[in-house]
Design a protein around this ligand. Structure first.
Ligand SMILES: NC(=O)c1ccc[n+]([C@@H]2O[C@H](COP(=O)([O-])OP(=O)(O)OC[C@H]3O[C@@H](n4cnc5c(N)ncnc54)[C@H](OP(=O)(O)O)[C@@H]3O)[C@@H](O)[C@H]2O)c1
Length: 216
């Protein structure tokens, strides 16, 4: 299976990339982002593209893939709805519609988050919900991952400074969190493995919370 990862330099994307490089079912990985991961691996190819969300200049390189793991995203903290919508909806929909045209029926896993709801009151939740709905309507095997708390493993760190600081505090608490809230907690490793499982064999539903992700 050949996969494309958007956001491979981030916390979630980096964890997903690690699992893809380790998994024998994945024969090739293409990362697309405004910066490179800097990793070298025989299965890995990177495209640094600063013109996102416009994929037209690199479109020829995106054909022939079986799955896309879309891990690019930003925190809505301090952002206007217009800017957040652009970085969330426009980026994901541009990737989804391009890949639906180039690789119809391929798997597309989008990372939204627990609490995502197109009819919700919170701005981020509505925008992510609308993004999910747009992707689910495309000619893709689209799956929405809605993790809650994610424990980064194997040295993976968040690109968001506030979250990096938060993880310093929560890291020692993770074993307790996992025991107390098993249905709300997942790890970068479990997310990566679940994405590969979904792309390879499908899932019981199109919208998957932390417990579904861990089960996969
Ligand atoms: N972390 C969590 O606990 C958590 C929980 C639930 C859901 N999520 C969701 O999971 C997704 C990924 O989160 P994360 O924690 O991995 O975030 P992160 O560590 O901040 O990484 C964000 C990724 O998005 C890319 N990106 C951000 N803005 C960009 C832009 N303007 N143009 C191109 N690329 C851009 C970053 O690229 P650069 O390296 O070039 O900046 C990086 O690869 C987000 O949608 C988030 O809402 C996260």
């Amino acid at each position: 299976m050949k996969v494309i990862i958007f956001g491979a330099t981030g916390m979630v994307g980096r964890g997903v990339l690690r699992e893809c490089l380790l998994d024998a079912r994945v024969s090739g990985v293409l990362t697309v982002g405004r910066s490179a991961t800097g990793l070298a691996h025989p299965k890995l190819r990177e495209i640094v593209h600063t013109g996102l969300p416009d994929l037209a200049p690199i479109e020829a390189e995106l054909a022939g893939y079986d799955a896309c793991f879309f891990c690019l995203g930003v925190s809505s903290a301090g952002m206007s709805e217009k800017d957040y919508r652009h970085l969330t909806y426009d980026y994901a929909v541009a990737a989804g519609s391009t890949l639906a045209r180039l690789n119809p029926g391929s798997a597309f896993v989008y990372v939204s988050g627990a609490g995502t709801d197109a009819g919700g009151r919170a701005m981020w939740s509505r925008v992510k919900g609308e993004t999910e709905n747009a992707l689910l309507a495309m000619d893709l095997r689209a799956y929405m991952f809605r993790p809650g708390y994610i424990q980064p493993l194997y040295g993976v760190t968040s690109r968001t400074r506030l979250y990096r600081l938060g993880y310093v505090v929560t890291r020692p608490l993770y074993p307790v969190l996992r025991r107390m809230f098993p249905a709300a907690v997942t790890t970068t490793e479990q997310i990566g493995k679940a994405m590969i499982a979904v792309a390879a064999g499908g899932a019981p539903g199109r919208v998957l919370g932390p417990a579904d992700i861990n089960a996969l």
